[in-house]
Each structure stands twice: as structure tokens, then as C-alpha cells.
Design a binder for this molecule. Structure first.
Ligand code: PMP
Length: 357
């Protein structure tokens, strides 16, 4: 993003740029600002001192550190992931110490949308004190998000069965282009009084993939602010044992952006542009398939949201499109929409058409 490049030039030309280690849980400014992005500046949890952030090695680090804390200190044993999910989730939670890794249904191949009945049934049967990992927005890999009504129903079940929400916010802003709108489900859960963890990532929404900037945001229940000190000291030990100190450079960039209203505006503008471009590609791909007369219904391409879509091709068709057209898709025909451009979209549509017919 252009404002990131400008900040980098500024850092590069600053002879006093500090190359010291950060402390175990990262930069103070970052830890103050990142939770505001996800919970909202006026969040009562933040104002009451019962929510705080710990800088991590991106979203993956936040998931891993949160998982280890839940197992080591709160003795959780069972975690539920969506089926399908980001393929690293089972590994992260497994190495984090969870012995019992289960899944809840998420994708309905017939409707090419969320299998909500299946989801509710599965988490409704989860043993009490299970951890439920829920992707906040722009679900990877299906591109299908939950509606507010669905979040409400999930919250009802989680409350009734004493389940712990672990929110994976790897794509905040990438679903609708609006950081606040995408964060709504977390804010709703906090408002309902849930204690929860959020794994935040700035990889996608600020284009800082390699810099590894993330945050484990912890929200405690009402009246439990005094527990923050103990939790922080245990998180410090986990961070020390994993990598000692998180990375500084990306956190400097993100902290500057989050502390400067003008840079925040620039960031929001870039996010909107990014999301509009991806939406334009979705529309164009669907139109192109209609124009070609490709059999099947392709409405899911524009109904799905964020960077990914499940096209709904069979494994046989995926093999054909790869070998014949050299169009490479993720497993279960996941397409990364941000890889489509006006230069290659006609070729991709043509390849899908040929494969399906
Ligand atoms: N969660 C999900 C759902 C993801 O797709 C990813 C990255 N692909 C991550 C977490 C972690 O991303 P990072 O470590 O780059 O923040």
C-alpha cells in the first residue's frame, strides 16, 4: 500500500531507527492500538481495563500462543474448527496442545453456502468447555460468511453450553472493505459478555505478509480486570519459549498507522479499493461464464465474499484444468480472487468453461 511504502522510506532514511529487541509481548503502542481496531475505540471492555493486546508473530502466532495458554492454564482439551478451514489450523492447535481436535460442518456443497443447520447441530453437541474457533470475516477457504442472525444463534448455543469463542480475525476489512463492519461479530460477542480470544493479523489487510504482525487480543468478563496481570505474565513465558521477542519492523509500521488519523484514512481508502477490485473480478468472472454459456449456476461467485471462493469443481475437473490449461486452484477448487486481473480473467473463465463442458 502506498502509505506503507512511504513509511518504509522514512524509516530507511532515519539514522536513529532503533534495532533493539522488543519486549516479550511486543510494542506498547501496538498493544494499545491493535485491540482498538478490532473491539472499537469506545469498547467498554477496553475502557474497563478487561481487554488487552499482546503482539505476536502475526495471526498464526496469536492462534498458537492463545491455544497454548488455553491448554496449559485453563486445561481446555477440545477445539472445534470449521470444515473446511485454513489447512494450518489443525497443526497450530495440535502443536498448541489440544489433544481433541474436532470439526463443525460449515460448507454445503449443494447450496454452495454455509451449512448452518449442520454447524448448529455440531456445536450444540460439543462437550462443555470446548473451544470454538470462528473465522470473523472473509472465511478461508469458502468465502462464505455468517449473517448477524447466525452469529446470534451461535452465541446462544455457546452461552448455554459454556463454550469458549476463539475468533480468527485474519481478514478484518477484507470482506466488506470496512474494518468496523467486519469486526461487528466480535463486538457483538463482547457486548453479550463473552470472555474470548481474538487472533488479529495485519498480513492481508495491510499487505504486511512477511513482516509478521499480529496481536492476541484477550477479553475478560465484567469485573475481571485484575486477572489481566496474571494472564500477561503467563503469555510472556509462552512467547519467550516460542520465539522470545516478536518482530519489530512491521509493528513499527502498523503502530504509526494506527496512531495517526490521516494514515488511518489512507488505510481505509486502500482497503475499500482492494475490496472493490476483488468484487469487480467476481462480477466479471460470473458474467464471462454466463456469456460463454457455461453449464451450471455461478451466482455463488458473487455471493461469496473476501479473497476466496469455492468454485465447486470436482477433483477430476480440477485435475483437467491444471493439466490442460495450467490454471492452478487450491484444494476443493478454492480460487484466490485477488489473483485475477483484467489480463488473465478471460483465460481463466475460458479454462473453467472448457473444463465444465
Ligand atoms: N487464519 C486464517 C484463516 C488464514 O487464512 C491465515 C493465513 N492464510 C491465518 C490465520 C494466518 O495468517 P498470518 O499468520 O499471516 O497472520
Amino acid at each position: 500500500m502506498p502509505f506503507v511504502k512511504e513509511l518504509e522510506q522514512e524509516f530507511a532514511s532515519d539514522p536513529k531507527f532503533n534495532h533493539e529487541y522488543l519486549w516479550f509481548l511486543g510494542m506498547d503502542t501496538f498493544n494499545k492500538r491493535a485491540p482498538e481496531v478490532i473491539l472499537g475505540k469506545g469498547s467498554s471492555a477496553l475502557l474497563e481495563g478487561r481487554a488487552f493486546g499482546a503482539q505476536t508473530v502475526s495471526g498464526t502466532g496469536a492462534l498458537r500462543m492463545g491455544a497454548e495458554f488455553l491448554v496449559r492454564h485453563l486445561h481446555y482439551n477440545t477445539v472445534y474448527l470449521s470444515a473446511p478451514t485454513w489447512d494450518n489450523h489443525p497443526l497450530v492447535f495440535g502443536y498448541g496442545g489440544f489433544k481433541d481436535i474436532r470439526s463443525y460442518r460449515y460448507w454445503n456443497p449443494a447450496s454452495k453456502s454455509v451449512d448452518f443447520d449442520g454447524l448448529l447441530e455440531d456445536i450444540g453437541k460439543a462437550p462443555e468447555n470446548s473451544v470454538i474457533v470462528l473465522q470473523l470475516a472473509a472465511h478461508n477457504p469458502t468465502g462464505c460468511d455468517l449473517t448477524q442472525e447466525q452469529w446470534t444463534e451461535i452465541a446462544n448455543v455457546m452461552e448455554k453450553r459454556n463454550l469458549f469463542p476463539f475468533i480468527d480475525a485474519a481478514y478484518q476489512g477484507v470482506a466488506t472493505g470496512d474494518l468496523d463492519r467486519d469486526a461487528q461479530p466480535v463486538r457483538y460477542l463482547v457486548q453479550r459478555g463473552f470472555e474470548l480470544f481474538v487472533a488479529q493479523s495485519f498480513s492481508k489487510n495491510m499487505g504486511l505478509y512477511g513482516e509478521r504482525v499480529g496481536c492476541l487480543t484477550v477479553v475478560l468478563g465484567k469485573g475481571r480486570a485484575q486477572d489481566a496481570t496474571n494472564i500477561i505474565s503467563q503469555l510472556k513465558l509462552i512467547a519467550r519459549a516460542l520465539y522470545a521477542n516478536p518482530a519489530k519492523y512491521g509493528a513499527e509500521i502498523v503502530s504509526r498507522v494506527l496512531s495517526d488519523p490521516a494514515l488511518m484514512e489512507e488505510w481505509k481508502k486502500c482497503l475499500t479499493e482492494m475490496v472493490h477490485r476483488i468484487r469487480a473480478m467476481r462480477t466479471r468472472l460470473k458474467e464471462k461464464l454466463h456469456l460463454l454459456g457455461t453449464p451450471g449456476n455461478w451466482d455463488h461467485i458473487t455471493k461469496q465474499i473476501g479473497m476466496f471462493s469455492y468454485l465447486g469443481l470436482t477433483s477430476c475437473q480440477m485435475e483437467y484444468i491444471r493439466v490442460t490449461h495450467h490454471v492452478h486452484l487450491g484444494s476443493a477448487s478454492r480460487i484466490n480472487m485477488s489473483g485475477l486481473t483484467y489480463m488473465n480473467i478471460d483465460r481463466v473463465a475460458g479454462a473453467i468453461h472448457d473444463t465444465v463442458t
